[in-house]
Design a protein. Structure first.
Length: 535
């Protein structure tokens, strides 16, 4: 029988609930359990695809083309649990399903209500991965206990545990123990109150994980246990990690978080297999050398906006055993005149994906600097399109070359819409999305990095390299190194006589893992390390 763990958050948002859930998943897998992880998001958007990264962070794309919450990226980086669009359910999706059923007459004239119809729909999603090949399902709830939006989810979770029995399902609550600098104290009251909110609606957390800047005394843990009605041995702390988030699962394991859940749910207690992860952390903590990577983007103030990109750069660092210093540079502030000063000393430049015109010319200047100064360059999605525009304008002499996304009347639309995108009106779920094949061309940087001929990479964009310019640009030294064999679309571009200048129309950052860096991120950081050594 599949067991269930519900992860909720209390006191404040941004405690790292997604990360903690991913770590728990990874630890349970290390104990030989077959895990699935899903996230429930209480907003009314049907999926994350229409949300601004500035408000909500990156949109993570699953292999089947789901546009999901960035926490799924944590799940995929930490675990081997299969992920799909089904693993992210929003209030919008739940209501959409219920209303569709109502329109079909499925409720036989009944009055359709939050309880039981919405809660039943939520419960059916909780159960969606149950089966003989799944030992445990982790369901994370977005938001904070007490939010109006979360109420129907918490009620569904409560009912689920009531119906399935407390031996088969349990609650983990992630909370904050704030440190008051003025009085030099850690405070437990917000945690007591947040657990109080859950208990009021009939949910008794089994495990508490307390985020804190400072370590708690045993006395404090005992007090939290007593007032929150949680067993003392099930009160854990999660301190800020010193070097990297990849240390976190080991810190939770040392305290026995995985043991607690295994014991609480009566699962078989196999020894933890963590050698690979320990090696990884050792490499992060003991780097030999460093690289300086400039990420030239639009949302540089917000780390979550390019979450998977930053993580993948870190993975490239781990694979090359170097420390990566990331310099976040606002694209809007760069131009041809100041690029040299702004990018001085960096050993690699990356332009991530993006939409909209703001900062485009700055990105083009950064790419020009990388091309002319032989600085390793890696362009992701929009970052590839920018590289093609820069090449068209400054090498091929196509004055005014642009993407038709930004200039409708450019004389040279080197990046353009395909016919099937031209008439699209709905914004949600209508881009070129998800895993697609890419065939690599012999003798190129990409082919060498991957070491195979055919790869699958995830997409999320509307615009494409314009094949009408393929010959002309190739004649000037642009190398098409990856092609979609079914649609004959350019997926990877490089340039001649450069140590590493690669643009990809897809998003390799969605497939990189700390223990298995994406080949192109590995090769990019390797090139950056070579440049550093030569400086
Ligand atoms: N705006 C570009 C397009 O839609 C690039 C998208 C992206 O970088 N994800 O094609």
């Amino acid at each position: 029988m599949t067991k269930h763990v519900f992860v909720t958050g209390g006191v404040v948002s941004s405690l790292g609930k997604g990360l903690t859930t991913a770590c728990i998943g990874m630890l349970l897998e290390s104990r030989g359990l077959r895990v699935r992880i899903q996230k429930f998001d209480p907003y009314i958007n049907v999926d994350a695809g229409t949300m601004n990264p500035f408000q909500h962070g990156e949109v993570y794309v699953t292999q089947d083309g789901g546009e999901t919450d960035l926490d799924l990226g944590h799940y995929e980086r930490f675990t081997n649990a299969p992920l799909s669009r089904q693993c992210n359910t929003t209030t919008g999706r739940i209501y959409h399903n219920v209303i569709t059923k109502e329109r079909r007459g499925a409720y036989l004239g009944g009055c359709v209500q939050v309880v039981p119809h919405i809660t039943n729909e939520i419960k059916s999603h909780i159960r969606q991965f149950d089966g003989p090949d799944v030992d445990i399902v982790l369901s994370e709830l977005g938001g904070t206990a007490g939010d109006i939006e979360s109420a129907s989810y918490l009620e569904a979770f409560r009912q689920f545990v009531y119906e399935h029995g407390r031996d088969n399902a349990c609650f983990v609550h992630l909370t904050l123990i704030p440190y008051l600098r003025a009085s030099g104290e850690l405070k437990t009251k917000p945690t007591q109150q947040s657990v109080g909110i859950l208990r009021q609606i009939g949910i008794q957390p089994d495990v508490l994980i307390c985020r804190s800047e400072k370590s708690m005394t045993q006395e404090m843990r005992d007090k939290i246990a007593l007032f929150c009605n949680v067993e003392k041995k099930y009160v854990f702390e999660e301190l800020d990690v010193e070097h990297s988030i990849y240390e976190l699962p080991l810190l939770l394991h040392q305290q026995g978080v995985d043991d607690a859940l295994i014991e609480r749910l009566g699962l078989p207690k196999k020894p933890a297999q963590l050698e690979e992860w320990q090696k990884l952390v050792h490499s992060v903590v003991n780097p030999k050398g460093s690289v300086d990577i400039a990420v030239v983007g639009k949302y540089i103030e917000l780390k979550d906006a390019y979450k998977s990109v930053y993580e993948s750069i870190a993975h490239g660092g781990i694979a090359n055993n170097v420390e990566v210093n990331i310099h976040r540079i606002a694209a809007e502030e760069i131009n041809d005149q100041n690029a040299g000063a702004k990018l001085r000393g960096v050993t690699g430049i990356l332009v991530p994906g993006g939409f909209g015109e703001r900062g485009i010319e700055g990105k083009i200047s950064a790419v020009r600097f990388a091309r002319e100064n032989r600085v390793p360059y890696f362009g992701l999605c929009l970052g590839m399109q920018i590289a093609v525009i820069e090449f068209a304008r400054n090498v091929a002499g196509l004055k005014g070359a642009h993407s038709s996304e930004f200039s409708k009347d450019t004389p040279h639309p080197v990046i353009t819409l395909l016919k099937d995108q031209a008439n699209v009106r709905d914004m949600g779920g209508t881009m070129r999305l998800g895993s697609q094949p890419c065939k690599l061309v012999e003798g190129t940087i990409a082919r060498k990095a991957y070491g195979v001929e055919l790869v699958q990479e995830r997409h999320r964009h509307r615009y494409e390299f314009n094949n009408a310019y393929r010959e002309q640009l190739s004649a000037k030294g642009l190398i098409v190194s990856g092609i979609n064999p079914d649609l004959d679309l350019v997926e990877i571009s490089e340039i001649k006589d450069h140590p590493f200048f690669v643009g990809v129309q897809f998003h390799p950052e969605f497939q990189s893992k700390p223990i298995k860096a994406h080949p192109l991120f590995r090769a990019f950081i390797e090139a950056a390390a070579k440049r550093k050594a030569a400086l």
